[in-house]
Design a protein. Structure first.
Length: 238
């Protein structure tokens, strides 16, 4: 862990779009931390003590059923923040967040962020826009999971992961992908095999490489484009 210096340029998109004076005011409260795979960020019905602004890490917001099955409701990468619920003032939540792909992130106490949010101004505007984008993403996930094929959903999901990480290569197991998409592992195997045979991705030993992003977009459903458009409209290019 290390404290952030004022001269350090922000990697996270939400921090990068803040006016310089606002970012400098937050800098003493930001701490650079390393996140490990499956590290819990917050749990259901537990207070959120810290918020996280990922750099090249990825955090999943997931909801679980009584039988232990899970499904992802939103992704948080360098374009966003995990713990956004603290600005809304609610005391409970029906989902949990944990690290999907390890890497660095900026961490800040939830109380500090809430105090800055309550001042009004640019940070409040940006975080409210991010809330809207995240809500739209979750709504798209619901429709996508109901109406589109596993191949389309996997293509959409891989493209979003790529955008969040700004990388065409990342480590993901089929078990993890199945949990995120809410499908059995064999379904992931079939879908990944289909995309691999089409020359769109390479998937070996848990390493995913997107070989043809444009073709993968064509294979995906319209949900990828809709989610990306919403984020771009509200927060600028990813």
């Amino acid at each position: 862990m290390s404290n952030v210096q004022n001269s350090d340029p922000p990697v996270n998109r939400l921090l990068a779009v803040l006016p310089a004076e606002v970012y400098e005011r937050l800098t003493p409260h930001l701490e650079l931390v390393s996140l490990t795979v499956r590290q819990p960020i917050y749990e259901v019905d537990e207070p959120i003590s810290h918020v996280y602004f990922p750099h090249h890490s990825l955090i999943s917001l997931v909801t679980s059923m009584e039988d232990g099955s899970t499904i992802e409701i939103s992704l948080v990468g360098r374009e966003g923040m995990a713990g956004i619920l603290v600005i809304l003032g609610g005391k409970t939540k029906a989902h949990r967040a944990y690290v999907q792909i390890p890497g660095q992130a900026m961490r800040m106490s939830a109380a500090t962020l809430k105090a800055e949010f309550d001042r009004g101004g640019p940070l409040q505007t940006i975080l409210l826009r991010y809330c809207q984008a995240l809500f739209s993403q979750a709504a798209r996930y619901v429709a996508c999971n109901r109406f589109h094929s596993t191949d389309q959903r996997l293509a959409r999901w891989l493209l979003l992961v790529r955008d969040c990480l700004q990388s065409d290569t990342f480590m993901l197991t089929q078990e993890f992908i199945g949990e995120m998409l809410g499908v059995p592992r064999p379904s992931v195997t079939v879908a990944a095999g289909s995309l691999s045979q089409a020359g769109l991705i390479r998937y070996t030993r848990g390493r995913v490489t997107i070989l043809d992003g444009e073709a993968l977009e064509n294979c995906s459903c319209e949900c990828y484009g809709a989610i990306r458009s919403e984020f771009t409209q509200l927060l600028g290019p990813l």
